[in-house]
Design a protein around this ligand. Structure first.
Ligand SMILES: [Zn+2]
Length: 404
């Protein structure tokens, strides 16, 4: 071992190597700081007088599977200018840390391929220490997410945990990165984001979101030049809710026992995309039986299938025609729930058809939300909520199975 290896191997520079001890399978390096290297930690002045010392130890990256610790007497100095007595700064470790910067870098490198638990186990330290290293790194990188270059965004809310807690997440559709995580849902959750976005002077072209009034109002207020694109998954989801309402209504009205029996248990069949029905479990047959027996249900079901086709249209003009004709058929169906839905679509037609100008959706956010849920199930969030939120900002860097 040498002073030079300490520098090149572990990034410990400006200290003198003293000796190596092997204690119970661990490696201990002793080092010292040359007298002429002492500086005031406040003003960096070399005009200091030594006033005692404190022995401190720091973890280094392991050598093979052996733990490595470095130990040294850290001098306290009195500065002639500042007139205070302080411990000198440690060049190779951050203040108040018990590990070196090289150890933190190594732990972060491992974190790209392993869970926190794996990294902690491999390095022979506690889970909390690895979490602390990750948190410091995330804080440094995501304290201020630059917003200036944002052009197209997706906004959605996600419920986390069992206590009805919500987060509102904003995604940069170009990079796939989360650019904001707001507490709660609705317009309040996004208030801090709008303020920062405005200050950044970003030229937002389009925002993908659902048809909620709160979002519509906020976007038109804060981003008057941005186009709203209503997300097609959300629209189909909304239609599915209406379809469920209709089925329930029909079930209530059905008087014959047999009729009821056919309707019962068809809720999921109606909501599923037909290509996903399971033939082995007779799902297509059961769906057909329910539709055959009930004309309004069949009408609504096939209108849903047709509505999904809207987003397959080649261009804006064709899509507009298609939407108009769909709404006309829904109005003509005589089914109140469908007529109301056609009204909603007409009211939001511009934002729906904007899809054909920007081709964006909240779909990419769906993947992010799934990762957030996985993380949440691994019970990060509730012990350290700030860490949980920071992990969300970094989620696009993480492979799905390793988010823990
Ligand atoms: Zn000083």
């Amino acid at each position: 071992m040498s002073t030079s290896l300490l520098y090149h191997g572990f990034g410990v520079r400006g200290y003198r190597y003293v000796r190596t001890d092997y204690v119970e399978g661990e490696v201990w390096f002793s080092i010292e700081q040359p007298r002429d290297a002492l500086r005031c930690p406040l003003c960096d002045s070399p005009e200091v007088t030594r006033r005692g010392e404190e022995w401190r130890t720091f973890r280094l990256p392991p050598i093979g599977s052996k733990r490595v610790t470095i130990t040294l007497p850290v001098a306290k100095v009195e500065c002639a200018t500042c007139e205070v007595v302080r411990q000198v700064s440690i060049a190779f470790a951050d203040p108040r840390r018990t590990y070196t910067k090289s150890f933190a870098r190594y732990a972060l490198e491992l974190s790209r391929h392993m869970t926190i638990r794996d990294v902690a186990h491999h390095l022979g330290v506690g889970w909390d220490l690895i979490k602390e290293i990750q948190k410091a790194d995330l804080q440094r990188r995501f304290k201020k997410v630059p917003l200036k270059k944002l052009r197209q965004l997706a906004i959605d809310e996600i419920s986390i945990g069992k206590h009805g807690r919500y987060l509102t997440v904003v995604l940069d559709l170009k990079s796939g990165a989360v650019v904001f995580v707001g507490e709660g849902k609705g317009s309040q959750a996004l208030e801090p984001f709008w303020k920062r976005l405005r200050a950044s002077r970003a030229k937002i072209q389009a925002v993908a979101m659902d048809m909620s009034q709160a979002y519509i109002k906020a976007v038109s207020e804060w981003l008057p030049k941005a186009q709203i694109v209503f997300d097609h998954f959300h629209i189909i989801k909304l239609f599915n809710e209406k379809l469920s309402d209709l089925r329930r209504e029909l079930y209530r009205e059905a008087t014959e026992k047999e009729h009821r029996a056919v309707l019962k248990g068809t809720r999921w069949l109606l909501l599923m995309n037909p290509e996903n029905l399971d033939h082995k479990r007779d799902e297509p047959k059961r769906l057909q039986a329910a539709l055959k027996l009930n004309a309004p249900l069949a009408t609504a079901y096939y209108l849903k299938e047709d509505l999904r086709e809207l987003w397959q249209q080649p261009d804006w003009r064709t899509a507009r025609k298609y939407l108009t004709s769909w709404c006309a058929r829904a109005m003509a169906s005589g089914i109140r729930i469908l007529q109301q839905f056609a009204g909603t679509l007409k009211k939001h037609a511009k934002g729906i058809l904007n899809y054909f100008k920007f081709r964006i959706s909240t779909g990419p956010l769906e993947g992010t939300n799934n990762k957030i849920r996985t993380m949440q199930r691994q019970a990060y969030g509730f012990r350290d909520h700030e860490f949980f939120k920071l992990k969300i900002y970094a989620i696009h860097e993480t492979r799905f199975e390793l988010v823990g």
